[in-house]
Design a protein around this ligand. Structure first.
Ligand code: 2RA
Length: 327
């Protein structure tokens, strides 16, 4: 049995950690919930027991904790993940704070589970749009070798947390946004996170750098355009891939069908392709619209959809914790 902590327990991902931990019935002896002073004292039901959220402090890890799931923003992770790991806690951090640190493994269990055990106390959970992309890309790379990737994302407002959801709700009532720079209703905003000097956004930079790290292809040519769309939950991503070797679509579909964590939804004659409303609330990565890219010699297009709060964050982190526990 294990003692688990959740840091950021009052947030959207934090609450989903609780839901996923309960669903997957991990061997938990004690569960400790931490958040800001503002949320301290709030009660949460877990497996029929009432737990009380505590304020996160430097002393929060002065107790027997085996694994801590963090989703409280980069500043909190930067400050408290080392405090926890110095006390022997293994931290699985959902923020971007540690993802590109060369001493911190960046892990998607279906792609690079072996990297979990290269940790020095901190394991980074990738960005949601990266997680759902590398799951099919790993299969494609193993079969045909990937030479280049082009990402175009259509990301739900839940990716911005409760604030993003509230802006969509405001927009539907004709009210002005408070989180996004423009109304999200009737718009697609090519602006997720902040802009960099080179004209890309931090979200696009994350997808590029994290994909290279997870697939262990440091110089892989990749570009990305990340777009916020008026969808409540579930990210959709168009992926264009240039290959070393010509793809065989039937072979690739068969491989997707037998890959754990992937659901092939590809029957366009019957209007069947991945949808955010169908991915919502599930832990799989849905793949469809597989077709050759005839504009280049060996090219492939696919459409990938997943619940960005579950597989894109909470479930991926819990899966890492499960592998740690099994070991
Ligand atoms: C977003 N991927 O969708 C980012 C962070 N969750 O806003």
């Amino acid at each position: 049995m294990y003692n688990i902590a959740i840091v950021g327990a009052s947030g959207l991902v934090g609450g989903t950690f609780l839901k996923v931990l309960e669903e997957r019935d991990l061997p938990i002896k004690n569960l400790y919930l931490f958040a800001s002073a503002r949320s301290a004292g709030k009660e949460v039901i877990f497996k029929g027991k009432t737990l009380v959220i505590e304020e996160l402090t430097e002393n929060s890890f002065d107790r027997e904790i085996d694994i801590a799931l963090f989703s409280a923003g980069g500043d909190i992770s930067k400050k408290f993940a080392p405090v926890a790991s110095e006390k022997g806690v293994i931290v699985v951090d959902n923020s971007s704070a540690w993802r590109m640190d060369e001493n911190v493994p960046l892990v998607v269990p279906e792609v690079n589970p072996e990297d979990i055990f290269k940790n020095n106390g901190i394991i980074a959970n990738p960005n949601c749009s990266t997680i759902q992309s590398v799951v099919p890309l790993k299969v494609i790379d193993e079969l045909y070798g990937i030479k280049r990737v082009v990402y175009s994302t259509y990301q739900a407002v839940s990716g911005s947390g409760i604030k993003g959801i509230e802006d969509l709700q405001r927009g539907l009532k004709g009210e002005e946004p408070k989180t996004y720079p423009h109304p999200i209703v009737n718009n697609c905003l090519p602006h997720i996170d902040s802009f960099l000097e080179n004209g890309y956004t931090k979200e696009e930079e994350k997808m590029i750098n994290e994909t290279r790290k997870i697939l262990n292809k440091k110089n892989l040519p990749i570009t990305a355009t990340c777009v916020r769309v008026p969808v409540l939950n579930g990210h959709s991503i168009s992926i264009n891939v240039e290959l070393e070797r010509e793809a065989n679509l039937e072979e690739l579909k068969a491989k997707f069908r037998e890959t754990k964590g992937i659901v092939l939804e590809d029957d366009v004659k019957n209007n069947r392709y991945p949808l955010a409303t169908e991915a919502n609330g599930t832990d799989e990565v849905y793949v469809g619209r597989l077709r050759k890219d005839f504009s280049i010699e060996k090219g492939l297009n696919l459409w990938v959809v997943a619940d960005n709060i579950r597989k894109g964050a909470a479930t991926n982190a819990v899966q890492i914790a499960e592998i740690l526990m099994k070991k």
